[in-house]
Ligand binder design. Sequence first.
Ligand code: ADP
Ligand code: MG
Length: 219
Amino acid sequence: MAEGSTTTLTSAWVIGWLRESAKVVGEHRQELIDLDRAIGDADHGENLDRGFSALMKKLDDGERPATPAAALKLAAMTLMSSVGGAAGPLYGTAFLRAAASLGDTEQVGPNEIAALLRAARDGVVARGKAESGDKTMVDAWTPAVEAADTAAGAGASAVEVLAAAANAAHAGAAATEPLIARKGRASYLGERSAGHLDPGAVSTRLILQAAVDAAGDHL
Ligand code: ADP
Ligand code: MG
């Protein structure tokens, strides 16, 4: 743990995170569509894939965000304008708040990671007003934020903080299955929403796992 604890991540990591997110969202597109078909309107995978593909196009066409915050802001703006549905504004706000938490810093360490995840989660909550247990993406974000804080407080490295967050998001997403949705489209189903994973919680854990996988490539 001590070995990596001084290592920081840079804008190359953020861009890697966005590219890895686009890849996993593409790979899980159908799964997210199917999850959303069960308790929503079957568009979550399509919405997110469209947004991340638009982001990849900007990067492939030569956009070069100079700082970690600039990369997160580019993601925010692109997702907000191209994802649609509930998830577009929610992820857009998450990435925008994460960008704001970094300021001009070039070096993203364990504490900055914990702070940016918290800012992202707070953005989702500010925008969607969901609480823990409402069967939304907040049920993946909140345990991730708590695990990241604990790991950073214990002296974990940047990648270890991300891994702690991703593992907690995984468990949080899995735990949405028995819940009855109280926010978003799934809440229209009432008790019939129980017995299915929340699609947004699943996409959140995919995106947070992408952050870990990208960090491994940049350390
Ligand atoms: P829509 O519901 O408009 O079709 P999506 O299918 O893209 O949008 O996204 C659905 C996901 O958005 C849900 O699975 C849930 O995780 C998330 N979501 C919906 N409403 C809220 C909310 N108020 N707060 C947090 N997350 C929400
Ligand atoms: Mg939907």
